[in-house]
Design a protein around this ligand. Structure first.
Ligand code: DC
Length: 220
């Protein structure tokens, strides 16, 4: 089975890019951020302090997470409930960012992520796919984008979902999350040594074409 890792910070356009590549290649697209978001949502609902590692760890056995593909789209289920829409709020983003830094949370999701590549060719987007989950991935990309382009994309996404926010608020929370995600001790969002850097600030079609060229070179 083939594995393509797509890592990078939030709002870099990883999911749009990964979905487009998965479609072209006929691979299964796996959004690992959604898995961390399901945990964030559960912890938020339970009223547990997301910084309290022990308390969060104690909640994990009660989480049954399932991924189902509906018309090719990844849907996330939390204890039987489809939470695909609910995990996209700013509040859940904050909880996911904090809880994803906890080692028990990462351990909880590690095997689930690896298992998905046992039976499918996958294109997996996340933060540590090329460094931790699949150090042996066939192709590794690290996606970057200018800070302003990132904030504007995220802002447009949140508005489209009907969230009340401002561009400044989005910039501020993104900077906070970035700091969390890239400076944490465990699985920080940094490029693997053998990752190909992809600047996604320009036209998506160009990024896709460049990525496809690299993939074709690496996967014959
Ligand atoms: O990609 P995203 O914004 O949906 O990710 C949500 C949070 O989960 C984000 O704070 C980073 C974290 N995350 C992670 O730590 N490791 C991953 N492989 C994917 C996401």
């Amino acid at each position: 089975m083939k594995k393509i890792a797509i890592d990078g910070p939030s709002g870099a356009g990883k999911s749009t890019l990964s979905k487009a590549l998965a479609k072209k290649l006929g691979y299964v697209y796996v959004d690992t951020g959604a898995m961390y978001r399901v945990i964030g949502l559960y912890i938020l609902r339970r009223g547990v302090d997301p910084h309290d590692e022990k308390a969060v760890e104690n909640e994990l056995p009660d989480i049954k997470m399932e991924i189902k593909y509906v018309d090719g789209t990844q849907n996330m289920f939390l204890n039987g409930e489809n939470v695909s829409g609910l995990i996209r709020t700013n509040e859940v983003s904050k909880y996911a960012s904090v809880t994803s830094a906890l080692p028990p949370v990462r351990a909880f999701l590690l095997n689930a992520q690896r298992d998905m590549a046992k039976t499918n060719n996958v294109i997996m987007d996340g933060r540590d796919i090329g460094t931790v989950i699949f150090p042996d991935a066939d192709v590794k990309f690290f996606v970057t984008v200018s800070p302003d382009a990132r904030a504007e994309r995220r802002y447009a996404e949140l508005l489209a979902r009907g969230e009340q926010t401002t561009l400044d608020e989005v910039k501020r929370t993104m900077a906070e999350r970035d700091k969390n995600d890239s400076t944490r001790a465990i699985a920080p969002a940094i490029p693997a040594e053998d990752a190909v850097m992809l600047d996604n600030s320009g036209e998506l079609e160009q990024t896709i074409a460049y990525a496809m060229k690299i993939i074709e070179e690496k996967i014959k």
